[in-house]
Design a protein around this ligand. Structure first.
Ligand code: ADP
Ligand code: MG
Length: 573
C-alpha cells in the first residue's frame, strides 16, 4: 500500500514532466485558478516561467520564441477569459505560420453545464485558431497529447496547438505505471524536391529576361539563409525580401532591390518565390502590381499553398534548404549567372536610385517637430547592425521597415501577415530571452507607434521583473495614423463633449510615455531632436539589465513618402 502511494502522480506533475520531456524550455502566461499548481510544477521541473500582464502578450511572446528558435514555447492561461484573451495570439501565430502551444485550465468537469466558474467551451473556441485542439481524456494520457501538440505545431506548416486541462484532470491522481510513455517528438522531416521540377525551374530561370527572387519569412523560419545566400551569390539574381524575410540575405547585400520594389514586382517575368505567400502583402501576385503572365516558381512546405491566388508555372512542395541547394547546383552546372551590366539590372538600379534620393531628401530635413525619416536615420546609425528589431504601428512600421536594415535572418519581428497591433512588447521579450541564451551582447530594439505601444504597455513591468534590456522607442505622433498638436488638442477637448469632438484617430497629444520608467525608479528619455535621439540610444544601449524607453515627438501630420500605388491596390477585373 505504502509503495503504491509513492508512485502516484497528479495531472499537474504529469503535464509539467511531459512538457519538459518534449523539450519545452519556456512558459509564458498568467497564473490563477485552476493552473496555480501547474505553473509552479513547471518551474519545478526546470521550465523557465515568465508571468505576463495579459495573456495575449504572453501568446505573442511564445510564438516569437517559436519563430526564433523553431522550438515551441508554451502559453499558460486560466479558464474562460484567460483562454479567450490568448485566442488573438493563437490566430496571429496560425496566420504567421509560427509554432506555439497554448495550455488552458478549464472548470472542473462536474461543474460543466451547470454554470461552472469561468466555464467556456474552450476546445471548440480554439479549434478555429489552431492545428490541434484537444482535451486529454485522463491524466495518464496527457503525455500523448503533449507530444501530439508539439508535433502538430512544428511539422509541415507550423502553427498553434491548444490543450485543455479541466481542474479535475489536473488534480486527478494516477499510478505512475499507468502513465503513457511517449518518446520526444523528433525534429520535422526534411522534405526533398522532385529533381525533375528543380531541372524545370533551372530551365525557366535560364530563359528569363527579368528574373526576380522573393524571400519570405518561411525562408527565415526554414533557416535556409546559407542556401539562399549561395543562390543569390552564385547566380547574381536580384532579390526582394518580404518584411520578415529581411536579413535572410543581408539588406546590405548589393543584390537587394528593396529600393526598387514596385518596379521589380511590376516588371519581373519569372519570380522565384521562396517561403512567401502571394497574399495581400505581395499584392496577390496579380496585375496591376505584377505582369499578367508572370511565371512563378513556387517552393513551399505546404502543398495546399501551391497555386494560391495565381497558378504557379512550377510548384514545388519541399523544404527550402534542399530545394535551394539543388537549384543552385543545377544552375551552376549550366554556368548560369547575370551581372549588373544586364539590361534588367540597369533598370532596377536606376529605379532604385530615384527612390533613394527621395528618402535622402526627407531624412535630411531635421526640423522640429521631426518627420519619420530623420528619426529613423538616426536610429539606424546608432544601433548595432545585428540588433533584433521589433516593430509595429502604421507609418512607424512601414517607414521603419525601409529605413532600419537587417544584416541577419530572423532579426525583424513585426505585425506580420495578420497585421496585428499589440505584438511588439511580447515579441521583444521573447527576442531578449533568445539573446540572453544565444548571444547576450545582441540588442533588442522595439520601435513602436504610440497607438501600437498602448496595446501592451504594461509589459514594461514584465521586462523590469525579468531584467530584460530592451530598448523601446516610441514614435509619438499623438494618434493612430496621425494626430494633432498639443494646443489644438486642448482646444478640441474643451470645445464640447469630448466624445463628440475628439476624432477617432486622436490620442492625447504630447503624452509623456517615458515617465512610465519612473514607476520602476528609472528615467526615460524625451526627444524632440535627432541629437537627443542619438544620445538617448547611446545611454539606453549601455543598460545591461533593464529596459529603457525613448519617447520621440513626431510631427502629427508627417506622412510616408509618396507611393506609386495606393495601399492594397488590386486588380479590378
Ligand atoms: P511572408 O509574410 O514573408 O510573405 P508568409 O508567412 O506569407 O511569408 O509565407 C511563408 C511560407 O513559407 C508559408 O506558406 C509556409 O508554408 C512556408 N514555409 C514555412 N516553412 C517552410 C520550409 N521549411 N520550407 C518551405 N516553405 C516553408
Ligand atoms: Mg501614432
Amino acid at each position: 500500500m505504502e509503495n503504491n502511494k509513492m508512485t502516484m502522480k497528479d495531472g499537474n506533475l504529469i503535464l509539467a514532466e511531459a512538457l519538459k520531456h518534449q523539450g519545452i524550455d519556456y512558459c509564458f502566461g498568467i497564473m490563477g485558478h485552476p493552473v496555480i499548481e501547474l505553473s509552479m510544477m513547471m518551474q519545478g521541473v526546470g521550465i523557465q516561467y515568465l508571468g505576463f500582464r495579459n495573456e495575449q502578450a504572453a501568446c505573442y511572446a511564445a510564438q516569437a520564441y517559436g519563430y526564433l528558435t523553431n522550438k515551441p514555447a508554451v502559453v499558460l492561461c486560466v479558464s474562460g477569459p484567460g483562454v479567450l484573451h490568448a485566442i488573438g495570439g493563437m490566430a496571429n501565430a496560425q496566420v504567421n505560420c509560427w509554432p506555439v502551444i497554448v495550455i488552458g485550465g478549464s472548470c472542473p468537469e462536474d461543474h460543466e453545464g451547470i454554470g461552472g466558474f469561468q466555464e467556456y467551451p474552450q476546445v471548440e473556441a480554439c479549434r478555429l485558431y489552431c492545428k490541434y485542439s484537444a482535451r486529454p481524456p485522463s491524466p495518464g494520457l496527457i503525455p500523448l497529447h503533449v507530444e501530439k501538440a508539439v508535433r502538430l505545431a512544428t511539422y509541415g506548416r507550423p502553427g498553434a496547438a491548444y490543450l485543455d486541462l479541466p481542474a479535475t484532470l489536473l488534480r486527478g491522481q494516477i499510478s505512475e505505471n499507468l502513465i503513457a510513455k511517449v518518446a520526444p517528438c523528433p525534429p520535422p522531416p526534411l522534405i526533398y524536391p522532385p529533381p525533375k521540377l528543380i531541372e524545370s525551374a533551372a530551365d525557366l530561370i535560364s530563359t528569363a529576361k527579368k528574373p526576380l527572387v522573393i524571400v519570405g519569412k518561411g525562408a527565415a523560419y526554414a533557416r535556409a539563409e546559407n542556401e539562399i545566400r549561395n543562390f543569390i551569390g552564385s547566380t547574381g539574381l536580384p532579390f526582394l525580401p518580404t518584411p520578415m524575410g529581411k536579413g535572410v540575405v543581408s539588406d546590405y547585400n548589393e543584390n537587394s532591390v528593396a529600393s526598387s520594389r514596385t518596379s521589380a514586382l511590376l516588371n519581373a517575368d519569372v519570380i522565384v518565390l521562396l517561403g512567401a505567400r502571394l497574399n495581400w502583402m505581395l499584392h496577390f501576385g496579380r496585375a496591376p502590381r505584377f505582369q499578367n503572365h508572370v511565371k512563378i516558381i513556387q517552393i513551399d512546405i505546404c502543398p495546399e499553398e501551391l497555386h494560391n491566388s495565381v497558378s504557379s508555372a512550377i510548384a514545388i512542395q519541399a523544404d527550402l534548404i534542399p530545394s535551394v541547394a539543388l537549384l543552385t547546383e543545377c544552375l551552376k552546372k549550366r554556368q548560369y549567372s547575370i551581372d549588373k551590366k544586364n539590361k534588367w539590372w540597369i533598370q532596377l538600379i536606376a529605379d532604385g536610385q530615384k527612390n533613394k534620393q527621395g528618402v535622402q531628401r526627407m531624412s535630411a530635413d531635421t526640423s522640429v517637430p521631426l518627420n519619420y525619416y530623420p528619426a529613423f536615420k538616426t536610429i539606424q546609425q546608432s544601433i548595432p547592425t545585428d540588433s533584433i528589431i521589433c516593430s509595429e504601428g502604421a507609418n512607424t512600421m512601414d517607414i521603419g521597415r525601409t529605413m532600419l536594415l537587417n544584416a541577419k535572418p530572423r532579426h525583424r519581428l513585426d505585425a506580420g501577415t495578420f497585421g496585428t497591433m499589440g505584438v511588439g512588447l511580447g515579441f521583444a521579450i521573447a527576442a531578449a530571452l533568445y539573446c540572453k541564451d544565444v548571444d547576450p551582447k545582441k540588442k533588442v530594439i522595439c520601435v513602436e507607434g504610440d497607438s501600437a505601444f498602448g496595446f501592451s504597455a504594461m509589459e514594461i513591468e514584465t521586462m523590469f521583473r525579468y531584467k530584460l534590456p530592451i530598448v523601446i522607442i516610441i514614435f509619438n505622433n499623438n494618434g493612430i495614423y496621425g494626430g494633432t498638436d498639443k494646443e489644438t488638442f486642448k482646444q478640441i477637448q474643451t470645445a464640447a463633449e469630448p466624445t463628440k469632438v475628439i476624432s477617432p484617430q486622436l490620442l492625447t497629444a504630447g503624452t509623456r510615455y517615458e515617465k512610465m520608467m519612473e514607476m520602476f525608479g528609472h528615467r526615460g528619455h524625451y526627444c524632440e531632436t535627432v541629437e537627443q535621439i542619438e544620445k538617448a540610444i547611446k545611454v539606453s544601449l549601455e543598460l545591461g539589465d533593464a529596459p529603457s524607453l525613448i519617447n520621440i515627438m513626431i510631427n502629427p501630420s508627417a506622412d510616408r513618402k509618396e507611393q506609386k500605388f495606393s495601399w492594397l491596390t488590386e486588380s479590378k477585373l
